[in-house]
Design a protein around this ligand. Structure first.
Ligand SMILES: [Zn+2]
Length: 366
């Protein structure tokens, strides 16, 4: 049971923080007002606040909610030149600290008033408690112990807690496809997706076998798992990978030289439009079946046809999973040369999101 205090909604519309002090940054006019809101049910719905952010179309930051241990889950909004919306999430696996470096780097870059086509919400660290755990064991970051991957002993993989594909999130019972309680942080994410309704998502991860680092796409389907066609999803992911590669990035998992692929190495082949799309329901084969369940990629890329409430229907979202090579932060590497190499990689992966994913490429139709 989620602690009530952890699902109090804190929306703090603020000027972007003092972190923005570097560079020629023009942010939203100072807004000293801080609103803390919760509705009668203590639920985490905040349509009014989110609507205001989207209507104002100014760079702003807000707090999505509180983690299980009470940490703020921060979110940043940056307006684009179109009415299209994107979402970027880091730190679904708290052990993958490099993924949080990439999302934080992206926020820094977007603060420099760079032009983007898609408006974007960036959630740099979805499971801050788990990331904090990982940081306490710097020698073991990225090793097989996965410190920080799970929220507690026996917990379900945070990326395997999504509802049944084709179904909306039942915010009364908060259960995943398998009938398990969804963790607080994921309920906040699901609420955000429901209210914000992005057309495209990047979920940042890190991968231990750096030969598989790359940008991967889940095939979109209708609510019955009938494929909608993979070409534009795949092309977008390849374009991002190619941009990173040509800028000097290390991104071998897309096999750009041999035969470009955007299929995650453990997932079933995407089928042609109109055919039934198989999915990977197993996840990582860790003990106790906790790697089983529905991933964000599968749920988000499946359209929703809610039986009772038509307002919860949505199209399949384009969702890309970016696997950064290794979980370490640049500072976790020993030599100066390694540190600067990996810092550059962080910047290039963030640039791939900013300069391809958030620009006018393979735009979804209305
Ligand atoms: Zn991961």
């Amino acid at each position: 049971m989620a602690r009530k205090s952890s699902i109090l909604l804190f929306i703090c519309l603020t000027m972007l923080s003092s972190a923005a002090s570097s560079g020629n940054i023009k942010l939203a006019a100072a807004n000293t007002e801080t609103t803390k809101t919760k509705d009668e049910n203590n639920s985490i719905i905040y349509p009014e606040e989110l609507k205001r952010i989207l209507t104002d179309k100014k760079s702003s930051s807000f707090v999505l909610g509180r983690s299980e241990q009470g940490r703020k889950i921060e979110a940043f909004f940056f307006p684009g030149s179109s009415d299209k919306k994107a979402l970027v999430i880091g730190g679904v696996h708290g052990s993958e600290l490099s993924s949080i470096e990439v999302t934080s780097q992206l926020v820094q870059q977007l603060m420099s008033n760079e032009r983007i086509y898609y408006s974007v919400i960036v959630v740099p660290s979805l499971f801050p408690d788990n990331a904090e755990t990982a940081k306490q064991f710097t020698q073991q970051i990225g090793d097989v112990n996965n410190i920080g991957r799970y929220s507690y002993p026996g917990a379900v993989d945070p990326n395997r807690q999504m509802p049944t594909p084709g179904k909306s999130f039942d915010d009364e019972h908060e259960l995943d496809h398998v009938g398990r309680k969804v963790e607080t942080e994921n309920t906040l994410l699901l609420k955000l997706i429901e209210e914000y309704r992005p057309q495209r998502i990047v979920s940042l991860h890190a991968i231990r076998d750096i030969n598989h680092a790359g940008v991967f796409a889940d095939p979109r389907t209708d609510h019955n798992s009938i494929a909608l066609g993979y070409n534009s999803d795949s092309s977008l992911a390849v374009s991002m990978a190619m941009y990173i590669y040509q800028s000097g990035g290390y991104i071998p998992g897309n096999q750009l030289i041999k035969r470009p692929t955007t299929l995650y190495h453990k997932d079933p082949e995407p089928v042609a439009a109109g055919q039934f799309q198989k999915r990977n329901f197993k996840g990582s084969l860790f003990s106790g079946q906790r790697g089983g369940g529905i991933s964000l990629g599968t749920w988000a890329s499946t359209a929703i046809m809610a039986e009772n409430d038509p307002s919860k229907n949505r199209d399949a979202m384009r969702i890309l999973t970016m696997e950064f090579p290794g979980s370490k932060r640049p500072a976790d590497y020993k030599t100066k040369a390694e540190q600067s190499f990996w810092q550059r990689q962080i910047e290039l992966y963030a640039a791939g999101i900013q300069n391809i994913f958030l620009q006018e490429y393979f735009v979804e139709e209305n």
